[in-house]
Design a protein around this ligand. Structure first.
Ligand code: ASP
Length: 452
């Protein structure tokens, strides 16, 4: 017999069917056993005459007949509440130990470390299942929408070389070339620009980014971005409009309970935002107690450089590839602190959810920017040889943006932490408590890698 999904039982009244799933709960009334059977589509009630050695979370198969419930027994809480299954046979497919914590309810009251250690159990929880389902639907909508607009999704390497996005790199030792290291990408920034040089005029990627930052609040060492780049943008507005339309579509089609405070999204310069709100990610919700309000705002005209006290030198506010709003290279070198950039962020309810810029495509300008940041010409040409080479072979004006999807999901799903929207997140200090990473490696592995 072919398996029937729980949700389809309501269409099979008086038919003999086969169900498979988890024992969600179990009750006995005299000689009758009631089981709430759970599968990916929801719950259904199974009734069995006789004793059974079943426990919660056992995985079973049930053969029986679908019966209409009497009017007074209908359960409006579940989608299959008008029927129940009169079971003839129940077979156990897998037994289960008692769970370390309950999976009913939202689970916020359970110690988070405990939930993370047994994440595969925590993920049985309806709240987390819904989060991952909605996450998937949003990413599908993004992919479909961008495909319709002639974007192409291209994967870029995970084993690569350091990209200066301002954070510390994770590194991977090379076995073939002892003493040499790959770096994991802080973002696909350089690759996407090189794809533009190759003639892919509209690129995007749902990309994993890895940054070895000190544990700070609600960050993850690896996170997911919608990364995007286009050739020949008319102005930075073209990129902002694209992202604005995309977020409006996502909210309208997938988050019916939510409303956007203001459309078109307001725009404000960095200077205005700092003067008025003392932050470049102001929270412009009209009612901060309302969890359904989404207040987007674009912040534009960021300074190109900022003085990095820790390093005692100028650094890029966004990244070195951003286009300064000044064509005179001498002025850039003489007054780096006064130069603005074609850089724009998108903030939502007080969080930065996207950052992008027009890029410098002129080689001497790029060199000047690197020099301001204290790199010698030789050093630049060495570390970014591929990049300068590519530019010398011709590169169109271009620009792009990256949106932090985990943060957007946390806000859209009313979650306080981005860990609630990621299937297997790490703790605040970057540990995977379930799989126990990071971990030691064997002496043999170390030897093979030429490491002590
Ligand atoms: N690569 C940048 C980032 O990750 C975004 C961009 O400029 O496209 O912040």
């Amino acid at each position: 017999m072919k398996r029937t999904l729980n949700i389809d039982t309501i269409k099979k009244i008086n038919e003999q069917i086969l169900l498979k799933g988890w024992v969600h709960s179990i009750r006995t009334h005299g000689k009758i056993t009631f089981i709430d059977l759970r599968d990916a589509t929801g719950l259904v009630q199974v009734v069995f005459k006789g004793a059974l050695d079943l426990k919660q979370e056992y995985i079973i198969e049930v053969i029986g007949e679908v019966k209409k419930r009497p009017e007074n027994m209908i359960n409006t809480e579940i989608k299959t509440g008008t029927i129940e299954i009169k079971a003839d046979t129940i077979n156990i497919l897998s037994k289960a130990k008692p769970l370390p914590f309950p999976i009913d309810g939202d689970g916020y009251e359970i110690n988070e470390k405990h939930r993370l250690k047994y994440r595969y159990i925590d993920l049985k929880r309806e709240r987390l299942k819904n989060n991952l389902q909605k996450r998937f639907e949003t990413i599908s909508l993004i992919r479909n929408t961008l495909k319709e607009k002639s974007f192409i999704e291209i994967e870029t390497p995970i084993l690569t070389k350091s990209t200066p996005e301002g954070a510390r790199d994770f590194v991977v030792p090379s076995r073939n070339f002892k003493g040499l290291f790959y770096a994991l990408p802080q973002s696909p920034q350089q690759y996407k620009q090189l794809l533009i040089s190759a003639g892919f005029e509209k690129y995007f990627q749902i990309a994993r980014c890895l940054r070895d930052e000190d544990p700070r609040g609600d960050r993850q060492p690896e996170f997911t971005q919608l990364d995007l780049e286009i050739a020949f943008p008319e102005s930075q507005d073209e990129i902002m409009n694209l992202i604005e339309k995309l977020f409006i579509k996502i909210v309208k089609e997938l988050f019916e309970d939510k409303y956007i405070t203001k459309i078109p999204f307001p725009k404000m310069t960095y200077k205005e935002a700092m003067e008025k709100y003392k932050t470049d990610k102001p929270d412009l919700r009209k009612n901060k107690n309302d969890e359904n309000e989404l207040a987007f705002i674009f912040i534009t005209d960021f300074p190109m450089f900022e003085w990095k006290k820790e390093h005692n030198k100028w650094g890029a506010m966004h990244h070195p590839f951003t286009l300064p709003q000044e064509k005179d290279i001498d002025k850039i070198k003489a007054h780096p602190g006064n130069i603005l950039a074609y850089q724009f962020d998108l903030a939502l309810n007080g969080f930065e959810i996207a950052g992008g810029s027009l890029r410098t495509h002129n080689v001497s300008m790029l060199e000047a920017c690197f020099e301001v940041m204290g790199h010698s010409k030789e050093e630049i040409k060495k570390q970014f040889k591929h990049y300068f080479d590519a530019f010398e072979f011709g590169i169109p004006p271009h620009g792009g943006i990256a949106c932090g999807l985990d943060r957007f999901f946390a806000i859209a799903f009313n979650e306080k932490s981005i860990r609630e929207v990621i299937a297997f997140p790490k703790t605040g200090d970057n540990k995977d408590l379930m799989i126990n990473a990071p971990d030691k490696i064997s002496k043999e592995q170390l030897k093979e890698l030429g490491l002590k």
